[in-house]
Write a protein that binds this ligand. Structure first.
Ligand SMILES: [Zn+2]
Length: 444
């Protein structure tokens, strides 16, 4: 009660002092900068809605349906994979694959490799109908696919070969650890996994990405020069920017930061180059530079490292629980037997499925930070809003808050455009009439 009275007294005193200052005009009048003038008249929400209206309704409905279908695919992918893994255990195929590997060699690391090869081929074949629907026919249906079936199959085969090799590189030391440490494998297993992720991101831009797309240094000085200028201004020691022929696969506009340490680089795809204006390219590059300057690769590794430690602890618990019940029926000798892999995959993908909102929030938060960085670096809020609209071709533009929290690994269109317009409201001099009036989705 006493505190409330004190607060009221304080407020009255404070307000009367303010009133005194205003009435008597003892202080010199602060000059209002001219540029701030539109601040009062600029309606952020109206500007956001005007951008969202750039996409024709039919197109918007198609993009929404595509993205919402993806929510269900999360569930179906998990269920299909779990079902296939269960078949491998229930009908003792996993046990047979292990027996075959042991018959061929007595050398344990090689046994792991041989089991892994059989496992990958069998599961890829078993889940193939789902893969084709999801990766080819569905993309085709929503007009997001530029490949023929043959070209798509070629990419799938290369992808499988990469998984075989990289998976073997992971599985040999991982099962070595399990055999050495028994029930305590999961802590060091998680450390190994983090080292493995680092290794893969280190080699990815140099050895993996070029298997799917042709990468070359960006030569066009009209684009390269402003980008490198922005890079220098932001303390990025880049001499080159890379471009790649993503139009081979689809029309999606995109750019990325890839690599680790010395292989880290910024690449932009040719759709971005062909479909976007310079301000739009600049704001996208500003976003990518944000990932770089804010050390998102390293922070992401730490945050996902924590997720992996918890995931492996869960996997360890889940495996022991299930083996105690069905281990004998499945012919799996124990946690150190590589025939346990299908079970490990079930428990691990259950964990990832349940923690999707957590992992999404980790990336979405960093993406939003990169957006803020890009706005400040490129100073192109209208270009940013246009790019956000173009990303709306494959990501629902205006989700509800819960939907965005659960399913979005990047902020939704409305969130991103609102941030851009909020920034513009404070920097009215950066408004661009060309960008505002630009038609993004010409009606065919
Ligand atoms: Zn990003």
């Amino acid at each position: 009660m006493l505190r409330a009275i004190r607060l009221v007294v304080f407020c009255v005193l404070f307000l009367s002092v303010l009133g005194f200052a205003q009435n008597n005009s003892v202080q010199p009048q602060l000059q209002q900068p001219a540029a701030l003038a539109p601040l009062q008249t600029f309606d952020i929400n109206a500007a956001v809605n005007a951008y969202l209206a750039k996409m024709p309704a039919a197109r918007r409905a198609r993009s929404d349906a595509y993205f919402e279908g993806g929510y269900w695919l999360l569930l179906w992918d998990f269920l299909v994979s779990a079902f296939v893994m269960w078949l491998l255990l229930r009908f003792r195929w996993s046990e047979k694959m292990r027996n075959l590997a042991e018959r061929i060699t007595r050398f344990r690391p090689l046994q792991t490799v041989l089991y892994w090869l059989q496992f990958m081929i069998v599961t890829s074949v078993a889940t193939f109908p789902m893969t084709v629907y999801e990766g080819f026919f569905r993309e085709r249906k929503y007009d997001l696919m530029n490949q023929t079936f043959g070209e798509w199959m070629r990419d799938q085969t290369v992808g499988l070969a990469v998984s075989l090799v990289l998976g073997a590189i992971l599985m040999v030391p991982l099962f070595g650890l399990v055999r050495k440490l028994g029930q305590n494998w999961w802590v060091w297993g998680a450390v190994l996994m983090i080292v493995f992720f680092t290794f893969v991101s280190l080699i990815a831009p140099v050895y993996i990405a070029p298997l799917f797309n042709r990468y070359k240094k960006l030569e066009d000085v009209r684009i390269k020069d402003p980008i490198l200028q922005m890079a220098r201004a932001n303390g990025i020691p880049a001499k080159d920017v890379y471009e790649f022929d993503a139009s081979k696969q689809s029309n999606r506009v995109s750019a990325n930061v890839s690599g680790f340490g010395s292989t880290m680089r910024i690449s932009l795809n040719d759709n971005l180059l062909n479909r976007c204006t310079l301000p739009e390219i600049e704001t996208t590059m500003g976003h990518e530079m944000g990932h770089y300057v804010l050390n998102h690769a390293y922070k992401g590794l730490i945050m996902f490292g924590v997720v992996i430690v918890i995931a492996f602890a869960f996997v360890n618990w889940g495996i022991n629980w299930a083996l105690a019940r069905w281990g004998t029926a499945w012919g799996v000798r124990g946690i150190t037997d590589m025939a346990v892999l299908p079970l490990a995959v079930i428990v691990f993908s259950l964990f990832l499925f349940l923690t999707t909102p957590v992992t999404n929030t980790i990336t979405r938060t960093m993406e939003f930070e990169a957006d803020m960085y890009g706005l400040n670096a490129a100073r192109q809020p209208d270009g940013e809003a246009n790019v956000d609209m173009m990303l709306g071709e494959y990501r629902k533009l205006d989700p509800g808050p819960v939907e965005e929290f659960l399913f979005y690994d990047h902020p939704g269109g409305r969130t991103r455009i609102t941030a851009a317009m909020r920034w513009k409201a404070e920097h009215p001099e950066t408004a661009s009439t060309e960008e505002i009036s630009r038609v993004l989705f010409p009606q065919k």
